[in-house]
Design a protein around this ligand. Structure first.
Ligand SMILES: [Zn+2]
Length: 53
């Protein structure tokens, strides 16, 4: 039998803090944002870094 409550609890715990999207099971435990939001944040800081130089 599938522990469905645990499954949904895991889904709840893995929601993107930025867009609220459910994070896939491959997300690292410390990640609070989905991959696209993380990607955007990385691209943003990269742009900022480039602007400064
Ligand atoms: Zn997100």
């Amino acid at each position: 039998m599938t522990p469905i409550t645990t499954f949904f609890r895991n889904l709840e715990a893995k929601c993107c803090a930025s867009c609220g999207k459910v994070i896939s099971e491959q997300a690292e435990s410390y990640a609070t944002e989905c991959f696209s939001c993380q990607d955007q944040a990385t691209a943003d800081s990269y742009k900022h870094y480039y602007k400064k130089n």
